[in-house]
Design a protein around this ligand. Structure first.
Ligand code: SF4
Length: 715
């Protein structure tokens, strides 16, 4: 029944990095009343339960923050926009005058629109000369971004979703695709149905819904999968599965310090013979050899991974290895053969990675530490030479640590909820009490509890802008309704804040469209070139993949091969991010995780998503249909562990790690692996991140959410 729909509008789902195209049905009263998948978009009409309840997201007016608030005597009190922004500007000016640019920061989100993250980045790096620009994508995709950059010389994946329609082998590692990216999972299942010989390899300590459908499930001990990837590469050589012609033309080897030859790489892999590593992995040598054979010998292999690989102490190395496996076997640059890291958030790629809105980055793949890149950006942003600070700013955890240490005096937090999402949460909450915090959000969250100023933000179709997901696809969300109460888009907030800070000569693009025009032009000076992705095209087409240098260009599905505008005529492959056009296979040794189980902490806690909730539950936590499906946050364990601990379903358990103790209800499932407890972080009444490890990858600075040793007892 679509009787209540007056008009359908093409849009994009608000939630995850799958970036599903949706059709939004608006009533005569201009209310969002129906949602369906967009048949013409890349997801071919498929959406998940979260996407199908988008209209409920817009119906929570009673929960929304409707006007600015200022904390007075410990309580948030209604204020005008002018009062709130003036107070914010006073605090930032005071910090800048007394303690310099390093004392102010911006903590953003992979869910803001491209135009918003771009503007915040420009304001802080070129306006305040502060590189303290970071955000939740650091917690999510930083290891993948660094992994691609090291291997190919440029961030963002070489392949695309369409590769799923051509692959004969899927290597899924650290991804519960069934729950995390449901339409992509359905696409894999369609491929398997039409091509029953397609192999699905799933590497996950848990027997997830994804693992249930695998041809081989490899339940590795948490934190050991570097051993598996190195061992599979050993097997590629042992089983003669390396594409020596591709390697000789397109690949170099590097031990992390200098170039080495293929022979040295082979020697390095000797330590990873399956017989040497199988016990530590919790696998058999035969399982490793089978997976390696399927990967290397298939016509086209596609790897997909997400947080299980990125949120790790060796996250970058794991990403390097996944890319290397494709380079060694020549499983790259053709339909179905590619590494493809799946993005978590709706706009972590386009909004944050591409705009360079992290503390070490500048737009379109440039680095703060690179003098040429800084000079290029200073010219493009029309600011004096030497404006951009050459030192990278604080990464996410360092930013909150700087609050603990009282070095970061004022911070603007937009569209994210670090008081629930940061690991070792209580520690960083202490910092939030000390710094001046301005928080822009749609609902009150754990983080607004620490805010000195709360700014009401517009939600989803209350504003307009571009999202960019996993496969370099940019898609537009158009404004269809007015913001509730006095809410403003994050872009408007940034523009007005810039004015109050005396930065109106720098921030001259005030509307989403104006910012897009500025940024589109800027991209043409880089290998991210999307000059051809005009606003008009975005409104008509179902997203366009960059590079797309001119308005007649169809966009680029696969990079570094024919069809990519940066690959010279006559070349089959060209990794143009590297000066010699060759991608790099690194020799990456396995290092045991810091958090290992012991007699006092005999279990591993691992965290992840459930299909019906989104991140910290800010948007989905008020939707009845979703809450019914997810239930409350809880610890899920294998019956064997529950029996040993004398715990039953529904009991309250106390779970203790080095970082803290929380209590939560117990759930029991045969699908969990003995020795591993699983929990999800969507429920503010169950703050599991209080006990999660805040160690991080030394290169990407992405925290290790996936491996924490814990003790569990009856509460
Ligand atoms: Fe939305 Fe992600 Fe679900 Fe697609 S998979 S409908 S983008 S939440």
């Amino acid at each position: 029944d679509e009787g209540d729909v007056d008009k359908w509008h093409k849009s994009v789902c608000r939630y995850c990095g799958t970036g599903c195209g949706v059709m939004l049905g608006m009533s005569k009263e201009n209310q969002l009343v129906r949602v369906r998948g967009d048949q013409e978009a890349h997801n071919k009409g498929v959406i998940c339960i979260k996407g199908s309840t988008l209209s409920n997201l817009m119906k929570q007016e009673d929960r929304r923050i409707k006007y600015p608030m200022i904390r007075k005597n410990g309580k948030l009190e209604r204020a005008t926009w002018d009062e709130a922004l003036s107070l914010m500007a006073d605090k930032f000016k005071e910090a800048l005058a007394e303690n310099g640019p390093e004392s102010v920061g911006y903590y953003g989100s992979g869910q803001l629109l491209i135009e918003e993250s771009y503007t915040a980045n420009k304001l802080f790096k070129a306006g305040f000369k502060s590189n303290n620009v970071d955000g939740n994508p650091r917690l999510c995709m930083a290891s993948a971004a660094v992994g691609y950059t090291q291997t190919f010389g440029k961030d963002e994946p070489p392949g695309c979703y369409e590769d799923m329609d051509h692959a004969d082998c899927f290597f899924l590692i650290g991804s519960n695709t069934y729950e995390g990216h449901p339409p992509l999972w359905e696409r894999i299942m369609i491929r398997k149905k039409s091509h029953p010989n397609t192999k699905i390899i799933v590497v996950d300590p848990r027997y997830t819904k994804t693992a249930e459908k695998a041809d081989i499930h490899l339940p590795v001990v948490p934190g050991t999968d570097m051993l598996l990837l190195n061992s599979m590469m050993y097997c590629f050589i042992e089983q003669d599965l390396c594409d020596t012609d591709f390697i000789s033309k397109n690949v170099t080897f590097n031990d992390g310090k200098s170039a080495v030859d293929f022979e040295k790489f082979k020697l390095f892999l000797e330590d990873y013979k399956p017989e040497k590593v199988a016990d530590e992995l919790g696998l058999t040598p035969r399982q490793i050899r089978t997976a390696a054979y399927w990967f290397g010998a298939s016509k086209a292999t596609m790897s997909m991974w997400t947080m299980g690989i990125n949120q790790r102490a060796q996250g970058v190395f794991l990403n390097n290895n996944l890319n290397s496996m494709h380079l060694l076997t020549g499983q790259i640059n053709r339909p179905g053969a590619t590494p493809l890291s799946l993005t978590g958030q709706s706009n972590a790629c386009g909004g944050v990675r591409d705009t360079g809105s992290l503390s070490h980055l500048l737009p379109n793949g440039r680095l703060v530490a690179n003098p040429t890149h800084r000079a290029e950006m200073e010219k493009l942003w029309k600011v004096p030479a030497g404006t951009i600070n050459p030192k990278p700013g604080y990464h996410a955890l360092a930013m909150f640590q700087a609050m603990v240490d009282e070095k970061l005096k004022a911070c603007l937090i937009m569209c994210t909820n670090p008081a629930q999402s940061l690991p070792n949460n209580d520690h960083y909450r202490e910092g939030m009490k000390k710094s001046f915090l301005a928080v822009a959000d749609i609902f009150e969250t754990e983080t607004t509890k620490f805010a000195d100023v709360v700014l009401p933000a517009a939600l989803y179709i209350e504003k307009e802008g571009v999202y960019g997901q996993t496969e370099r696809r940019y898609q537009i969300i158009e404004k269809l309704v007015d913001p509730v109460g006095e809410a403003k888009s994050d872009l408007e907030i940034l523009v007005e804040f810039a004015k109050k800070m005396g930065q109106d000569k720098l921030i001259t693009a005030h509307t989403s469209e104006e910012v897009w025009e500025e940024y589109r032009e800027l991209s043409s000076h880089s290998k991210y070139n999307f000059k051809g992705i005009t606003r008009e095209r975005l409104k008509k087409e179902r997203g366009i993949q960059w590079p797309c240098p001119d308005e007649n260009h169809p966009g680029t599905k696969r990079r570094y091969t024919k069809g990519d505008p940066f690959v010279p005529e006559g070349k089959d492959h060209y990794f143009y991010g590297k000066p010699d056009g060759k991608a790099v296979v690194f020799l990456r040794p396995y290092k045991r995780v810091k958090e290992v189980t012991s007699t006092t902490k005999p279990l591993y806690l691992t965290t992840g998503r459930v299909v019906s909730q989104w991140h910290t539950g800010t948007m989905t936590g008020g939707i009845k249909e979703l809450n019914i499906q997810s239930g409350g946050g809880r610890f899920i364990m294998h019956p064997e562990d529950a029996r040993r601990l004398k715990l039953k379903k529904g009991d309250l358990a106390s779970v203790q790690s080095t970082y803290g103790t929380i209590t939560g209800h117990v759930d029991i499932s045969e699908n969990e692996t003995p020795g591993v407890v699983f929990a999800s972080f969507y429920d503010p009444k169950f703050l599991v991140n209080k006990i999660v490890n805040d160690d991080y990858d030394p290169i990407s600075k992405e925290p290790v959410y996936k491996v924490t040793a814990v003790n569990v007892s009856k509460a």
